[in-house]
Design a protein around this ligand. Structure first.
Ligand SMILES: [Zn+2]
Length: 253
């Protein structure tokens, strides 16, 4: 299985427009972060988790020509606003399978009504196949995916386990029963927004505590804000099996 980090930044990305925060001014490519998303590939299959406003750029940058579906963690704009840009995939492949909680579909149907329209559909609008995710395993390609249920402040979000790999973003609270579902994961990705506490995201300390509970072989931090600090400085302070993700990082499991 191959994972590509398409974006590792918080909702505004890094640099933030107009910001003079030192991290936003950094020339290190590892400090430049598009909105959070990953590409997961195995065998003949390629899935994307979330498609935020940078989706088009991310697909071009990673040279993706085919996707087998998009899994959504939740409906916030930084995770969904690129949906219109599935058009090139739709034109080549036909309807694109989406996997999400019913609440996320309800939100997408409002914002992208023309994509979900069943009558008088605009000819250039993409088509999708709705796969409603509940908190139980489901099939994507030939793999059973295990949703991990958590809370982003008060909003329900799903993380996803793909065999030995798990990806959790925008988490603040995860119950012990859900953590149990991560047993045996070798590579874990989890959100770590900043140093100071935040009401809807793990800060660095909470992310490290969470990683210690799950105890994977390796862990990567994502959904990073400028307030976490410079990539190279933060990474020096991390435990030896924990790394900061950065855009375009590829890992193989
Ligand atoms: Zn987010």
């Amino acid at each position: 299985m191959k994972i590509t980090f398409l974006g590792t930044g918080t909702s505004q990305g890094i640099p933030v427009i107009g910001s003079d925060h030192p991290v936003c001014l950094s020339e290190n490519f590892k400090d430049k972060r598009l909105r959070v998303s990953i590409l997961v590939s195995w065998g003949a299959y390629t899935f994307v988790v979330d498609c935020g406003p940078d989706f088009r750029q991310q697909m071009l940058r990673a040279e993706v020509s085919k996707i087998d579906g998009i899994l959504f963690t939740h409906e916030h704009a930084d995770h969904t606003m690129g949906l219109d840009d599935i058009r090139p995939f739709f034109f080549r492949q036909g309807d694109i399978p989406l996997y999400a909680h019913q609440r996320v579909f309800t939100s997408l149907e409002k914002r992208f009504d023309y994509i979900f329209a069943t009558e008088n559909k605009y000819p250039g609008a993409p088509g999708v196949i709705k796969n409603v995710v509940e908190n139980k395993p489901f099939l994507a390609g030939d793999l059973s995916i295990v949703p991990i249920d958590g809370l982003h402040h008060e909003l329900q979000v799903f993380g996803y386990r793909f065999d030995k790999f798990a990806y959790l973003t925008d988490m603040k609270t995860v119950s012990d029963a859900e953590i149990e579902k991560l047993q045996g994961v070798e590579v874990l990705v989890v959100n770590a927004l900043q140093i100071t506490p935040h009401r809807s995201h793990f800060n660095l300390e909470e992310a490290l505590n969470f990683i210690a509970k799950v105890n994977p072989k390796r862990a990567y931090l994502t959904h990073i804000s400028p307030h976490l600090g410079f990539h190279d400085d933060v990474e020096k302070e991390l435990p030896e099996n924990v790394f900061l993700a950065y855009d375009n990082l590829q890992i193989t499991i």
